[in-house]
Ligand binder design. Structure first.
Ligand SMILES: Nc1ncnc2c1ncn2[C@@H]1O[C@H](COP(=O)(O)OP(=O)(O)OP(=O)(O)O)[C@@H](O)[C@H]1O
Ligand SMILES: [Mg+2]
Length: 221
């Protein structure tokens, strides 16, 4: 699957003030790509990721995801496109607070027509792969920050996405756990052509990507 952005911009309206977070970005993500997005805080990285993940629409410019122009999609169509093709790891995780780790990870599979038992089994297997097989029944507030991050990564991967968009996926992980998570993502990239787009403040992580995109003040520099 290809994601193609042409001069996309995103302006937030906040209390009557326009905040131009993204000011014309063009880029293409193809199957098998491995891209790191870097840049200072507030430069528009998360805004760009939300657009690439069909979580939001550009204010102007054209965004085509898997051959479909997001401007032509209704909200349910965007939700379906996301569920079928995209895994998204939010900078702030967005886990359901009163729900166990295994049920958080199983949630995106509800739309796949799998029974509860199968969903749990797949979720448990994915949590195993991120090193959390011993924490299936813990709720997010019973998990460390790094463990919550790995639950969020498992939830993004459980649907076998074609593209994984991850906003600071190793930001809360120690060196060893971060390297293990990155190795898992790189294995999926190399063996299954899952496109990886990672936002990171870590130079070593960015250097592993095949391509680096540097953002500043809402544009690619
Ligand atoms: N919902 C919103 N409403 C208004 N302004 C917003 C909103 N979301 C982001 N912004 C502003 O848009 C700019 C870009 O924000 P964004 O979250 O994309 O930055 P970032 O590069 O991800 O930063 P960080 O490295 O701190 O995560 C910032 O100035 C931010 O304050
Ligand atoms: Mg951000």
């Amino acid at each position: 699957m290809t994601i193609s952005a042409s001069a996309i911009a995103r302006t937030y309206e906040l209390d009557g003030v326009s905040v131009p977070a993204l000011r014309g970005v063009s880029l293409t993500i193809d199957a098998g790509d491995y891209v790191a997005i870097v840049g200072p805080s507030g430069s528009g990285k998360s805004t760009l990721m939300h657009l690439l993940g069909a979580l939001d629409r550009p204010t102007s410019g054209q965004l085509v995801i898997g051959g479909r122009d997001v401007a032509s999609l209704s909200p349910p169509e965007m939700a379906r496109l996301r569920n079928e093709t995209i895994g998204f790891v939010f900078q702030s995780f967005h886990l359901l607070p009163r729900t166990s780790a295994v049920d958080n990870v199983a949630l995106p599979l509800v739309y796949r027509g799998l029974g509860a038992r199968q969903r749990r089994a797949r979720a448990a297997a994915m949590l195993e792969r991120v090193g959390l097989g011993h924490r299936l029944q813990h709720r997010p507030n019973q998990l460390s920050g790094g463990e919550q991050q790995r639950v969020a990564i498992a939830r993004a991967l459980v649907t076998d996405p074609e593209v994984l968009l991850a906003d600071e996926p190793t930001g809360n992980l120690d060196t060893v756990t971060g390297a293990a998570v990155l190795a898992l993502l790189e294995e999926l990239n190399a063996e299954s052509q899952v496109a990886l787009v990672l936002v990171t403040h870590d130079r070593d992580v960015a250097a592993r990507a095949h391509r680096q995109i540097v953002m500043r003040d809402g544009v690619i520099v």
